[in-house]
Design a protein around this ligand. Structure first.
Ligand code: PLP
Length: 329
């Protein structure tokens, strides 16, 4: 429960595809993943040329940072958000401007105000890791109007399949209407393929074109491509799993709020408890009792949704911890 992975293993049809393709591992097969890009394009209703696949969305994000940013330029993103963004900027020799969340949510006006001539990318993690919060519907279209033409807007939708339908904008709709938008998605979370490493970008040639030349060995292995194609073939089942995870998330969230914890609504496969103190103590208390959670000292704790019994076990530990913390105070 410390990492945002799903407890659901890959579906049988997906494992069959991996086995079959693994038997062809001595062959080059589809080195650039064109079959997978085509399947994704058809699935989303976008041109295949606007899809770029890679070995995980993290690798593609790094490619975006490395291609679009460099010394003297920066990326604007919210904070707390995914902690890899500043590391990726560092790898690219660029920097970041962190704009604090307001009430656990992206402060889009403050983010727009932080954009300068040196800004190359604006990152919107939606739902946001670690808070799980989303940008409200319609907000991103207004945000785009505030941003200058030279900025590329990256909408990181690693967790979007867990969001309640209609709770936020679909990044793909924004990409359709604005050339500056590039959407990042992954098969690691909702599609249960974390260790196979498959992610993709959806963007216009102006954004993806300059990246193609740098993509040479950033390939998706053939078994992983086959797994992703097979997983899209059983998308209805996968989306039903996501709905089940979302129901469990809301149940755990309600249990924690009833215990007195403060937590904004999450639309991801995890819940977030903002805490300015006690993070290390709560994380250690859970670890001592068999549950690993993700503590971010000074900010809070993030707990990934797992099996019902595990979620209940965490809720019980959280309740115990509150009682103990109250008696120490
Ligand atoms: C917001 C966000 N984006 C992207 C990723 C990268 O996932 P992957 O490289 O497995 O596709 C993660 C992983 O934790 C994440 O939290």
């Amino acid at each position: 429960m410390a990492l945002n992975e799903t407890h659901h293993p890959p579906l049988p049809v997906v494992l069959d595809a991996v086995r079959e393709t693994a038997a062809q591992s001595h062959r080059t097969l589809d080195a650039l993943g064109t079959g997978l890009s085509k399947t994704i394009g058809e699935h989303l209703g976008v041109p295949q040329e606007d899809v770029m696949v890679g070995p995980g969305s993290g690798a593609l994000l790094q490619l975006l940072f490395s291609t679009l940013t460099g010394p003297g330029t920066h990326t604007v993103h919210a904070w707390p958000s995914w902690e890899a963004y500043p590391m990726m900027a560092g790898n690219a020799g660029s920097s970041v401007v962190r704009v604090p969340l307001t009430n656990e949510r992206h402060d889009l006006s403050a983010m727009a105000a932080a954009v300068t001539d040196e800004t190359r990318m604006v990152m919107v993690c939606n739902p946001n890791n670690p808070t799980g919060t989303v940008v409200g519907r319609g907000a991103l279209a207004k945000f785009l109007k505030l941003l200058p033409a030279h900025v590329t807007v990256i909408v990181d939708e690693a967790y979007v399949d867990f969001a309640d339908p209609g709770s936020t904008d679909d990044g793909i709709d924004l990409y359709r209407t604005d050339e500056r938008v590039c959407v990042v998605r992954t098969f690691s979370k909702s599609y249960s393929l974390l260790s196979l490493r498959v992610g993709y970008l959806v963007g216009h040639p102006a954004v993806l074109g300059p990246m193609r030349g740098h993509q040479l060995f950033l390939r998706v292995g053939a078994p992983a491509q086959a797994a992703a194609v097979a997983a899209l073939g059983v998308d209805a089942e996968i989306q039903e799993r996501c709905r089940e995870t979302a129901r469990e998330r809301d149940r755990l969230h309600s249990l924690l709020v009833a215990q007195g914890w403060t937590s904004a609504d999450s639309q991801a496969n995890f819940v977030w408890l903002p805490l300015d103190k006690g993070v290390e103590e709560l994380t250690q208390y859970c670890a001592d009792n068999g549950i690993m959670i993700c503590g971010k000292p000074g900010d809070g704790i993030r707990v990934t949704i797992a099996e019902r019994e595990a979620n209940d076990a965490f809720a019980a530990l959280a309740a115990d911890f509150r009682t103990r913390a109250a008696s120490w105070a």
